[in-house]
Design a protein around this ligand. Structure first.
Ligand code: ADP
Length: 506
């Protein structure tokens, strides 16, 4: 409105050549006076008064006064066209000059006043324009800042006052918090469980003015909404001040670094896993080579002994009975090597998901009896006292080779960990499951190891006490998993163990 008023106020009319204008006005006035002279002989200056007023305002008042005085004398006072002035006219002309000077001065004053008011008006107009421009600039800066905040690819929350009322919550921050927090105080915006953590930081920043910078801070989003995932942020919490330098609020800027943190964690876990894998591999290599070396060394020694007996012609060493025993021992050692190599191959098959089963119809009880017969020598060597309850036929659709492997491993373990002990092997069926139980009164297993022994390379015994790779039960569990079955153990340290295999018929 005000601006419009200034703008609509017309500028005062100004003459570009005031002296020329003055000459023109006086010339015109003189002409009119000359024409009207016969009617206004008493007033030779009568028309010059308004002319001086006009010239004082728009032209040059002094020039007008001088010119009009000279022209009036020459044209309207006797003797005309002569500089001679009779004494009685001197007073007349002086009166005109004095009053002319006064009119000129008043005109000049009026003109100065008009000029000044015009200048003041221009100054006002400029001031107003400046104020308007500044306001416009501030407004556009504000809106630029606002849109910058709103479009920023980071979460920005602005809080005001000691109770930290949110006055700006950009879309990123809304998405991170799961809602728009504008208008809410910190207490209203975050749940009680995490409020205490946040308010401490906010209060400190608000009171001390010291900014808070946090890296990879975990935001417990689940506390806000169980559907949300916890996230990680790099956070800057800074105070902001009014024009007098007083803290009036807090700016909270958070950059979501969740993908980076998760990637870093995954990397760290991977590195730890790799380190563990390398260590496990090294241990495995040393155990495996030791395990392979033992039967190979034994075979080598036996061979050397035979060569020596042959070269000495010692025929007694090759008597039938001795030969039979020799072959039995050799076969045990060779079985041991084959078993080790098979286990290693199976581990790599399990790792690559290539351990497959080929089902066929078979009887679990018969299979157990066969396996026991095959390993009888080994069990006798370990002095195990066998008790078998495997008469009932238990028909199922299983992989013969792999189930034999499971049974063989359990029997091998019995011969290793239940030497000289009572062993009970039984089969039964229940519902649609076939069961095999191997119960021994051997060394038993401590409770903390009961789960662990089914993992890869895990053993519940010192590697120097009993040989083994810690793979048998792991492979057995994987084989049974592929059949939809399971293997469990119950045991007491020093009292013995009971391994139970369950197999669904189909
Ligand atoms: P390995 O016998 O080669 O060590 P296994 O996977 O067959 O590997 O067995 C894992 C561990 O479980 C063994 O090292 C041993 O500590 C424990 N274990 C297995 N069977 C028995 C058992 N019958 N009695 C006591 N401990 C056993």
């Amino acid at each position: 409105m005000l601006r419009a008023a200034f703008r609509s106020n017309p500028r005062r009319f100004k003459i570009r050549h005031p002296v020329l204008f003055t000459f023109a006005v006086i010339a015109l006035t003189t002409l009119v006076q000359w024409i009207w002279w016969p009617y206004i002989q008493q007033g030779p200056f009568i028309l010059f008064y308004p002319a001086i007023v006009l010239c004082s305002l728009l032209g040059d008042g002094l020039v007008a006064l001088v010119l009009s005085t000279v022209l009036a004398k020459l044209l309207f006072f006797e003797p005309k066209f002569s500089w001679y002035l009779p004494p009685h006219d001197v007073f007349f002309i002086i009166t005109y000059v004095v009053s002319g000077i006064m009119i000129w001065q008043v005109g000049k004053l009026t003109r100065d006043a008009l000029d000044r008011s015009e200048e003041a008006e221009a100054a006002n107009r400029k001031l107003f324009d400046d104020v308007e421009a500044a306001r416009f600039e501030a407004e556009s800066e504000r809106s630029k800042l606002h849109s910058l905040f709103m479009q920023a690819p980071v979460s920005i929350n602005v809080y005001e006052g000691p109770d930290h009322r949110c006055i700006l919550c950009n879309p990123e921050a809304q998405e991170a918090a799961g809602r728009d927090m504008t208008g809410l105080t910190l207490r209203e915006a975050v749940p009680e469980s995490i409020y205490k953590e946040y308010v401490g930081i906010f209060d400190r920043v608000y009171q001390t003015g010291e900014p808070f910078i946090g890296k990879e801070i975990q935001a417990r989003m689940r506390a806000l909404d169980p559907k949300l995932e916890d996230r990680y942020y790099n956070i800057v919490i800074k105070p902001f001040h009014n024009s007098r330098g007083q803290i009036i609020g807090i700016l909270n800027l958070s950059v979501d670094v969740t993908p980076e943190v998760l990637a870093k964690k995954a990397r760290e876990e991977l590195v730890a896993e790799l380190a563990e894998a390398v260590q496990t591999r090294d241990e495995f290599m040393s155990i495996a080579s030791h395990e392979l070396r033992t039967p190979l060394t034994s075979l080598k020694l036996q061979n050397q002994l035979r060569v020596r007996n042959l070269s000495r012609g010692n025929k007694d060493a090759f008597a039938d009975e001795k030969m039979q025993r020799m072959f039995n021992v050799d076969s045990l050692q060779i079985d041991r090597i084959i078993h080790l190599v098979d286990d290693m191959l199976d581990i790599s098959r399990i790792r690559t998901g290539k351990l497959a089963i080929e089902r066929e119809q078979l009887d679990l009880s018969a299979l157990v009896r066969e396996c026991v017969d095959r390993q009888r020598l080994q069990l006798e060597a370990a002095d195990c006292k066998l008790e078998m309850h495997c008469e009932e036929p238990i028909e199922g659709h299983w992989d013969r080779f792999r189930i034999e492997q499971v049974i063989a491993n359990l029997l091998t373990n019995v011969s290793k960990y239940a030497k000289g002990a009572q062993v009970r092997i039984s089969t039964r069926k229940e519902g649609n499951l076939g069961f095999l139980e191997v119960l021994d009164h051997g060394i038993g297993i401590a409770p903390e190891n009961l789960e662990r022994i089914f993992e890869r390379f895990e053993r519940a015994i010192n590697k120097n006490e009993v040989s083994g790779l810690g793979l048998g039960l792991y492979i057995a569990r994987e084989i049974l998993k592929l059949h939809g079955g399971s293997i469990t153990v119950e045991s007491k340290l020093g009292e013995g163990s009971k391994f139970t295999v369950s197999l669904p018929f189909a």
